[in-house]
Unconditional design. Structure first.
Length: 307
């Protein structure tokens, strides 16, 4: 995923959520709807999350230092993990609390046209934001299914935005359902039920984001396709005759570390081996441009040395 495409999706979601948050809080102030309050906090949490993603992207661009010789690419993973925490605590838990409070002490909605109008506006605005995220994701996900894309993407921003926008749309529909039932029945408990459903939805999305981002923080290898390309590019069949073992690790979404012990012939000269390794590194970077840090160690092939 290019930085440009990720930033475009983040900014689209940020502007949409800020506008929707203001509208929801205004509607809550006039109607007293707990669904609107929960949705307002939800949109505020989403806006904070997009700010965190932008901040993480900026910090990740810092040059490598003595303390961090491999750079700061994982800042993007850290801030994406913070997004999951904010969504869980500020969005999900608050909505669960507010829903329980409204069910315990229901009261009828006032000025019903405020929440209904804002929810319809919110659905339209979120559809535009979600559409932008889908377009940006389609440009990079290839033939992966949406589930595979969210699970295996090395750049966290688009999966985060996709899940946030999906959650926002479903949450708006749940809020509209809760408000609608409260108006039809005259029972404010339905507004609280809608709020509880929003809380459960946000907690589930936050947990999914936390699990996927945790895997990135721990360190993931290159994808299967890139691993095949690296193996094919590494061996020239002449000086580098095979791979004894290889490890890869994402230092960031667009930076891959490749470390391998390669097999060479026992009668190759040091100059021949050095030249072959330099050529192998060039082939690897051509095949997989994100493979920026490469360490190749020549050795004689011994079957027992293979793990």
């Amino acid at each position: 995923m290019s930085a440009h495409s990720g930033t475009k999706a983040i900014l689209a979601a940020l502007f949409a959520n800020l506008a929707i948050a203001v509208a929801k809080f205004v509607a809550w102030a006039f109607s007293g709807s707990s669904s609107m309050l929960a949705e307002g906090v939800h949109s505020l949490a989403d806006s904070s999350n997009q700010g965190l993603l932008l901040l993480g992207g900026k910090k990740a661009k810092r040059a490598a230092s003595k303390e961090h010789p491999f750079g700061y690419g994982r800042e993007r993973y850290i801030y994406s993990f913070l997004v999951a925490i904010v969504l869980f605590s500020l969005g999900g838990v608050f909505a669960l609390y507010e829903g329980y409070h409204k069910i315990s002490d229901p009261h009828p909605l006032e000025h019903w046209y405020w929440p209904v109008g804002v929810l319809v506006f919110g659905i339209i605005a979120e559809c535009f934001s979600f559409r932008t995220a889908i377009q940006e994701a389609n440009a990079v996900r290839g033939d992966q299914s949406w589930t595979e894309f969210v699970r295996h993407a090395k750049a966290p921003e688009l999966p985060v935005i996709l899940l946030e926008d999906l959650g926002a749309l479903v949450g708006l529909v749940l809020a509209l359902g809760g408000v609608g039932m409260a108006l039809l029945t005259g029972d404010g408990v339905w507004d609280g039920v809608g709020t509880l459903c929003i809380g459960v939805l946000l907690v589930v999305i936050a947990i999914v984001l936390a699990v996927e981002t945790k895997s990135l923080l721990l360190g993931e290898s290159a994808g299967a396709g890139d691993l095949d390309k690296i193996r094919d590019a590494m061996v020239d069949g002449e000086t580098v005759t095979g791979i004894i073992h290889m490890r890869t690790l994402h230092l960031g979404p667009e930076e891959l570390l490749v470390a391998a012990k390669v097999a060479v012939e026992h009668d190759d000269t040091a100059a021949e081996i050095a030249r072959a390794i330099d050529e192998a590194e060039t082939r690897i970077r051509t095949a997989v441009p994100t493979a920026r840090v490469i360490y190749l160690e020549p050795d004689l092939y011994r079957p027992a040395a293979t793990p």
